[in-house]
Every structure is written in structure tokens, then in C-alpha cells.
Ligand binder design. Sequence first.
Ligand SMILES: [Zn+2]
Length: 270
Amino acid sequence: MIRVPILTYHANNINGMAYNNNDHIALANDLATIHELGIKIITLDQLLAWHAGQLPDAAVEHSVVLTCDDGTDFDFHDIVHPDFGVQISFFNTLKHHQKNTGAAVHMTNFVIVSPAARVVLDEKCLVGKGWWQDDWWQLAQDSGLMAIANHSWDHNHGVLENNNVDDDSFRCINDKNSCDIQIRQAQTYLNQHIKGSYQSNYFAYPYGNFSDYLRFEYLPEYGHEIGLKAAFTTAADHVDKDSDVWAMPRFVANNDWKNKHQLKSILLQD
Ligand SMILES: [Zn+2]
């Protein structure tokens, strides 16, 4: 049975310059491990096409999908962090890896969409230097290396004034109106903001959690209507043919694996 891991990184996880406290360092090392094991990086489009029976098993055998969440400028631009120095962006890390190895690389970036929320999050959760912009989304999308996807309107983040009930959870997004605000509105913004043939197709649940209404009613009923093909959790499991498209699992860096050995077990499915 074919099983494919989806790996997830957070570029704002910068608490040092070691593998276990900096996802930029982790990603660079993990790309080397993936290459060393002869595992190919495929896109979410390829994974979903296989899942829908439109690609043969051979297309996804011995492969991995890369994603990242939240969409700060650290994803795309090399930035000098005030405490820890130069951080090579995920985008440039992918680009360098492709240049050095010739390997195909791709990452899907689930961005927080609301401009106003990103201003507040930058101030309260990042460095407060305006490093949560969206002017690079088009460049990322056009590069073919980093696709832009939906991580909700504002993450229902606890630091926001309009935060819905319990802090730091997506479980209270549990009726049609709040789902429309968080997901449909974000779809519309992404599709208007990114030009060309772009269509936002994927949604990652903030915090990896969700209400039964969102997961079992809203997305099955309205998901396709608003252009979504799949939604992603952080359930630390592999995707297989039986995975539900509205709850596809992902592994999270520095949570579900903390070193090369643990990553290898995920990749090789030991
Ligand atoms: Zn997030």
C-alpha cells in the first residue's frame, strides 16, 4: 500500500540556529536527507491527482510533499533576524537545493490571508518590523517552486480582538457564517490577489484542529463550490488512498520529528 508523508515547516520558528530550534536549519538538512534517500519531492497537485485515481502509483511511490504554514516574509526573503542573524528563506533554501542537486523541489505555503490580521500578528507574535507582507505571493506562485494556499482569513488567532471565543483554537469556527468569513473570504482574496491562472485549491486547518461542523458539514457541502479540493490537519500520519480529502494528515517539523533519525523513520515508514 502506497503511503506518502506530507511535511510541514514554520519559518517563524526561529529560537536559535540549531536543527531543533530553527525550521530553516531543519529544512536545509531535511532536503539533504530526502535527496540522500533517493526520495522525490512531489506537489500537492500530484498527490491529490494520485489520490483521485488520475495518476499511477509509480508517480508517487517513494515520495514526499513539503508544506509550510502562516506565510511570513521569512518564507520568501532572506532576513537578518535581530537575535539570530541571517535566515535563509524556505524559498531560497529550495532554490539552492534545486541548483546544487538538480532535484525537483516544491513547497505549498498555507498563508494567513487577512492584511489587517497580519499587521497585528507581526506586531505581537513576530519581530514587529512589518515582516508579514503579501507582495511576494505572486512571485512565489509564478516561480513554480512555492505555491500559495489558504490557511484561513486570520487563523482565529488569540491576539486578535475579534478572536472567536476560545483563544488559539479553530474549534469555535463552527457555523456557516464564521466558516464563510474564515475560509470563503480567504479564497476570494487569494483568487483576486494572485493573477494569472491561479486558483486556491487547498486549505490547512489553523492549529490543526477543527469543529465537527467545519470538517463534516461545511467543507463536504461547500468545499468544491469555493474551489477547494482538500483540507489538511496536523495528525502526524501518512496520506494513503483511503485518506479523507477534508482531513489529510501532515507531520510537523520539530514536533513530530526532531532529528534526522526520526525524519528517516517517517520517510521510510519504519
Ligand atoms: Zn498556522
